[in-house]
Design a protein. Structure first.
Lengths: 227, 227, 227, 227
DNA sequence: CATGAATGAGCTTTCATTCAT
DNA sequence: TATGAATGAAAGCTCATTCAT
């Protein structure tokens, strides 16, 4: 089962916005340059934010000429797409190891949440970036939107399943509940990890975060028996 | 009591960032011009977004000369501050009908959530705008942040109170729970109202939204008796 | 006699540039406003320099409305003309008291130089200002030019007189010599007083300045007997 | 020996103010463009003056796009620095013909003055320009100031030397005398060449200028025997 | 393919001057 | 006359994108 909380903007494949990517490089040299640009882009994006990044910042960071950029990408958006694509792998497989040999919904839920939050934390800067870009570039808003929906639907199925098994409050509409609870977890992740570093105050304790979120989620669905 | 859910970035007074506003106009004519500019700014901001708005768009919309802008504002940020300031009133008094003649926590909670969501809906575009700006302008991020914290703290007090009265799960840390649940409601509002209009698909049913959110919140805190 | 050194830009009447001054104010109130503006202008000019002074700086300093400026002056140049005009009195009568009851050319020369340098020092800021404006506004360049020429001619007459009396080197062309020596004194004054305050280093000793300049001037003309 | 008169603001290398120049162009094309800009800048500056020159005037004159300016210079000041730098060579080596095979102080002095005045005349417009800018841009004022001091000190050493050899009036303070006499020559040069062209009246006779200035200088120091 | 200079539209900001009140 | 808001022409500067080498 997948009673997970996941925010959307990340786990699902950040499939590049529909814009047609340029031809992939054929030569080795080309591949190297492209890779250098993507790497540099990620660094600069995370450091300066999407809007404040100039293309020349990227090429400079990559040690390439300004013009070379257009050999591989048509725009700033496109590099960002490439950057997200490259990060996708890690985001997709939070490595929750499917430890779900158990049937205990609570345990599964906790594992799932932990995996999600860990993945988020690992890619916190990128997540913040995506959030920022989504506000500005419709393509990425759309992209993020699709991703979120996918997650919500997945979690909705999980909830419906639990309802069927009599483990979850049947009064709840699975989709609505999923929207709310998935959103709850993603907000927590965003605040703790993406914004967290920019704020003063003690950082959130990771375990406490997992525990709280899981408990609230379980309570909200009215998992039985558990205390 | 105040068992409300609200995320902060909205209900609390978007009191302008500390930025030193220009001298307020002394003459009637000045007041008229200033008002025209603020009104135009809101319109253009909501239509084009913060970043895509040029100062001249605002002055043009207001039917004034470009230079007049600087008589009243020093920058785009400053007009936005003025716009938010003007909207503040409505945001502050959601008019939640003070249904709190009852002691039933559930009823109070529902009324509170309904009021919050209604206010959010009324100012949806502005809320989306604020979200957008917060990503870009540190001043507004800070502003939004302070607001959010205030809300969270307020709701945390409500939760602690309920715990004391034996109505809420005592295992939960009030602050953490408040962060999660307040966030949950604000995310829902943001998705439904701020983003909602930009998306295809059936709009969310308002009542269902209120019901779901309230039920989840109540469940999460383990309100007793209720079913 | 007038064996003086004086640079021109100051002693002669800074008669306003030919531009037609506005009608003088008729009412008392008008006279007061005009005076306030001139006073403020001098202050602001001396503080900020001609170019960096905005008309509103002047009106603000004078505690008047921006529009009032144009009741009395047509432009920045015109206020400056008024400012110079007002300072003219002091510049014209260095107060050297015509102590020239003596016939000793050296004593006369020294008194004359002292008077000149004292006047320059008293109006140092204004002199610097004039120098600055002359670089920028042809009208004032012309004005300053005329003044300088007058001085040079006056001193040339003095030199010719001394030559006739056999006191000065007859090989020298009086005009050329006057140009050179008058210029020498004015440069010294400019450096010491107009620039002096903007520079580090010990300020020039006034008496030493008078002595040196006078001695050089006397030497240059080959005053006899003296030493 | 160097009994020369020159005021400083001219002979010494107008080495660019410390301002950090942009990267020098690496390609040939870049070098060509940069050169074209500097050349155009000099022309426009000399024609219109520093203040009235707009950056686009320069690029237009150079036949380049407005944006290209910023590839090589960060500001108007910076081009001017480049212009002065380029003129520096000529200013530095007046080519005074090294007539100093003689020990006759008078001959040396005359040669030195002639060389100085010739160099000044050759770069008259630029000198006027520098004078103008110095009034407005502290950087250039500072620059000019340092240059002047260097000259004065150099001439002061020459004077002290002559005093030691018994050729010059020992009552004079070498520094003060140098300030006055160096200033005298530079003023003459400025009036004759930098302003000269802007004025009506017969232009100064060059030889007469050299003769007069030299004679006055020699007289002022009380060169012996001569006449 | 790589390079890096060239381009120029686009936006902000200032301030002398005018003009309604 | 006084007031102070309104005007709008400049100019500066940035940076994505193109293109000659």
């Amino acid at each position: 089962m997948d009673t997970t909380a996941p925010e959307d903007s990340e786990k699902a494949p950040p499939m590049a916005p529909s814009s047609p990517l340029r031809e992939p490089p054929t030569t080795q040299r080309g591949a190297r340059t492209r890779a250098a640009l993507v790497k540099a882009a990620r660094k600069v994006f995370e450091r300066d934010g999407y809007l404040d990044t100039r293309l020349t910042d990227i090429t400079k960071e990559a040690g390439r000429a300004a013009g070379s950029f257009y050999t591989y990408f048509a725009s700033k958006e496109e590099v960002l797409a490439a950057v997200l694509l490259e990060a996708q792998e890690d985001m997709l497989h939070p490595g929750m190891g499917r430890v779900q040999d158990t049937d205990d919904p609570y345990a599964v839920l906790e594992a799932s949440n932990r995996a999600y939050l860990e993945a988020y934390k690992r890619n916190a800067k990128l997540m913040g970036l995506l959030e920022q870009v989504a506000q500005v570039e419709p393509e990425f808003r759309e992209f993020r939107s699709r991703r979120t929906d996918a997650f919500i639907r997945r979690n909705a199925r999980g909830i419906a399943d639990l309802q069927a098994r009599g483990v979850a409050d049947r009064e709840l509409d699975p989709m609505m509940a999923s929207r709310a609870l998935s959103g709850m977890v993603s907000v927590m992740a965003y605040n703790a990890f993406a914004l967290g570093e920019k704020r003063e105050g003690a950082p959130v304790d990771f375990e406490e975060l997992v525990t709280t979120v899981t408990r609230l989620w379980a309570n909200a669905l009215r998992f039985p028996g558990h205390r």
